[in-house]
Design a protein around this ligand. Structure first.
Ligand code: GUN
Length: 309
């Protein structure tokens, strides 16, 4: 897995989400064509409340990918002043619309809106983010139709890169509801590309370094640059960086650049494989979202064909 450089230092293999996602997209394109032959175009509604610049970038990327794949994209942009009731009404309308297979409400929401109430309002059958408590409960027992996009993308990235997980120690830094918690529950399930021994550490964990040094696969998702340094990584470990942080960079045209949570330049000299930021896990998240939307459309069509409500 490790390549020897000209100067004889060891440098990690790069794991690129764009490359790995190609195989998944090839399969999705076939499934989308099959649906199209039956008169179905999967539809994804993406709701953005407010004008957070990072959220706008993510939502535009999701929109573009839908168009590229020939999915129907319903872009719902609402002002920051939108009330919770107004948002719940929009979600109810989309729940009832048979041309909409997936509904995603971009987080974070403005402070006056309760995230949980909004997520609870999305039909579990259209919950392509897999944020609804019903789907999260199903996921915990290994029975969910959908898996949350970022954790599922990370699992696929590791699996499709030929990295063994069975019996390996996966250490996750960060316990968020979107990444850390669901990822732990996925990686400990039974099966190929799974079956890992999982430890999740958080900001209150004592002596984090002693735990990260035990990781065969170290996954970092805290949203803070420089969280994992080279001295915290076991030589030969695989490092997956989920962080996306914008930092000032006067040398770049924009005056800023994206970095992950891992000190990439130094950690790549210790790890056997590592994801860059950008280009690592990000493309996998969008890919899994598209896969969930196609799956939702297939399930809806199956029910229609069987005459089930
Ligand atoms: N904000 C950050 N990540 C996500 C995500 O995966 N889904 C949604 N809906 N919002 C997010």
């Amino acid at each position: 897995m490790r390549d020897r450089c000209k100067d004889d230092t060891l440098t990690a293999r790069l794991i690129l989400g764009k490359e790995v996602s190609e195989g998944i997209y090839a399969d999705l394109r076939d499934r989308i064509a099959t649906l199209r032959d039956k008169g179905v175009i999967p539809g994804l509604a993406v709701i953005l409340v407010g004008d957070d610049p990072a959220s706008q970038v993510y939502v535009n990327m999701k929109d573009r990918k839908c168009n590229e794949l020939g999915l129907r994209s319903f872009s719902v942009r609402l002002p920051e002043s939108t009330t919770q009731e107004e948002l719940l009404k929009r979600i109810n309308d989309l729940n009832a619309d048979p041309t909409v297979n997936g509904i995603l409400v971009q987080l974070p929401l403005p402070k006056h809106i309760d995230d949980h109430a909004v997520i609870d309002a999305i039909s579990p059958l259209k919950d392509v983010d897999c944020f609804h408590p019903f789907n999260l409960g199903k996921m915990l027992i290994g029975e969910s139709v959908f898996l949350p996009a970022t954790p599922a993308g990370i699992q696929q990235l590791i699996y499709r890169s030929g990295i063994e997980t069975v019996g390996k120690h996966v250490v996750i830094v960060g316990r968020s509801n979107i990444v850390g918690k669901p990822l732990a529950s996925i990686m400990m399930q039974k099966g190929d590309g799974l079956d890992a021994t999982v430890t999740v550490v958080n900001s209150r964990t004592e002596d984090i370094k002693s735990i990260t040094l035990m990781a065969d696969i170290l996954i970092v998702s805290v949203g803070k640059p420089g969280t994992v340094t080279a001295d915290m990584v076991k030589p030969g470990a695989v490092v997956i960086d989920v962080g996306t942080n914008r930092v000032a960079d006067p040398t770049s045209e924009k005056g800023s650049r994206l970095v992950g949570d891992v000190d990439f330049d130094n950690v790549k000299e210790v790890a056997s494989a590592i994801t860059p930021v950008p280009g690592g896990t990000g493309p996998m998240t969008i890919c899994m979202l598209m896969a969930n939307t196609v799956k939702a459309a297939e399930i809806a069509l199956g029910k229609l064909e069987r005459g089930v409500n």
